[in-house]
Design a protein around this ligand. Structure first.
Ligand SMILES: [Zn+2]
Ligand SMILES: [Zn+2]
Length: 415
């Protein structure tokens, strides 16, 4: 049975127009819960604060964990779409910020709902579906919150974890990478302490802005000078906050860093180098107080299990027509979906769902041209990121359904 695309396009547009920040996905969670109940799932809301769990138990057979994330980002939408978001929300610092589904999690929710409706309507399988709609992926906190709230103790452990992320590949393409697929993500908050004073009398102060600026520049040498050319790492200073007035040298400066790596050894090396540089620059500046380095999140690489990925890839090839499957290489983006697999011991298969308008790729035949085009298109987190509704939803639904059926046991329809 195919989904009614109008029904799910309407759900998508509604979610897109009403995005919610991490751990504030209450409206989204209510929509998800109502849909799941309508399909016949047993629903538990409020798992890991705003997460929703749906269970469909059809007797003996494996448990398939199907996961979608629900949160949006503090980005002002500039797509100009008729269903563009104009929403604002108060973030955890009490600041009013614009909110947009700039990462496409609204597509993940919609496609998973479509797949669950499809599977619920099929009567030729046995096994168990554990549908997980998680909050706060963007903070790397939602999967952890659901597990800490007893996800596996209360609802059982899965035999496989599957999910997808929409990306600016052409709609009609899926990207599946075997092995390390998405990077380990670490976020650090670094507070550098100086000695504040009057802007006209620098000699009485230790200026934390100059200290922090020096740290920012020196951090750039980690990847270029300390990591092998054959290894991959990203060190980004995404926020730099200090001071309030031109004539006051502040007491402290705060940097927020995002670090992406694929291997434990490289990760340790990068984190050690950051600590050494921050402490070294503080000492050079004559700061009397040691800097404070705090981890604000840390979650593992998404590693796609070799055997399980081969199984899903074969099913995509054999059961979905007109599809292109590509190996997107290692993605320096990160995903906390890997925590569900690591914590339950189940294999993970997580793929990229093409969401870019295929028209954009018309006439391009060489892989190099297509890759160049993908790089030109607005990417996830851009205020212009706008997946096409169709056929992205249909393909997302079919991919999830097809992958889940690989584990659910085929039975004769009961008629
Ligand atoms: Zn994102
Ligand atoms: Zn995302």
């Amino acid at each position: 049975m195919a989904i009614d695309i109008e029904q799910f396009a309407a759900i998508y547009r509604d979610l897109h127009e009403h995005p919610e920040l991490s751990f504030a996905e209450t409206r989204t969670a209510a929509i998800v819960a109502a849909e799941l109940r309508a399909y016949g799932f047993e629903v538990t809301a409020g798992v890991g604060r705003t997460g929703v769990v749906g269970i469909l138990n059809r007797g003996s057979g494996p448990t398939v964990l199907m996961r979608a994330d629900m949160d949006a980002l503090p980005v002002r939408e500039e797509t100009g779409l008729p269903y563009a978001s104009v929403a604002t929300s108060t973030n955890s610092d009490g600041k009013v910020v614009p909110v947009m589904h700039a990462c496409g999690h609204d597509m993940h929710v919609t496609a998973l709902l479509g797949a669950l409706q499809t599977l619920a309507a099929q009567d030729d399988w046995s096994g168990r579906i554990l549908a997980v709609f998680q909050p706060a992926e963007e903070q790397g906190a939602g999967a952890r919150a659901m597990i800490d709230d007893g996800l596996f103790d209360r609802f059982g452990t899965p035999d496989v974890v599957i999910g997808q992320h929409v990306a600016p590949l052409p709609a009609g393409a899926l990207g599946l990478r075997v092995g390390p697929a998405f990077a380990t993500s670490d976020a650090l908050k670094i507070t550098l302490f100086g000695r504040g004073g009057h802007g006209s009398r620098p000699e009485t102060t230790v200026d934390p802005i100059v200290l922090a600026a020096s740290v920012v520049l020196r951090l750039q040498t980690i990847v270029s000078r300390e990591i092998a050319g054959t290894d991959t790492a990203v060190v980004t200073v995404g926020a730099f906050h200090a001071g309030d007035a031109p004539n006051i040298i502040p007491d402290s400066a705060v940097l927020n860093l995002s670090i992406r790596t694929f291997h434990d050894g490289v990760r340790t090396r990068v984190l050690d180098a950051i600590s050494r540089i921050v402490r070294g620059e503080a000492a050079t500046a004559g700061a009397d107080r040691e800097p404070l380095i705090e981890s604000t999140h840390s979650f593992p690489a998404v590693v796609n299990d070799e055997a399980a990925s081969a199984r899903v890839r074969a099913a995509f090839t054999n059961k979905m027509s007109g599809l292109t499957i590509v190996d997107p290489g290692m993605v320096t983006g990160s995903e906390d979906v890997g925590i569900f697999a690591v914590e339950s011991g189940a294999p993970c298969v997580y793929w990229l769902l093409g969401g870019a308008d295929p028209q954009q790729f018309a006439g391009l035949t060489s892989l190099a041209d297509i890759v160049e085009k993908v790089a030109e298109l607005p990417s996830n987190h851009s205020p212009l990121f706008a997946p096409v509704i169709s056929p992205t939803i249909e393909i997302g639904v079919a991919a999830l359904t097809t992958a889940a059926r690989e584990w659910l046991v085929h039975t004769e329809p009961a008629d």
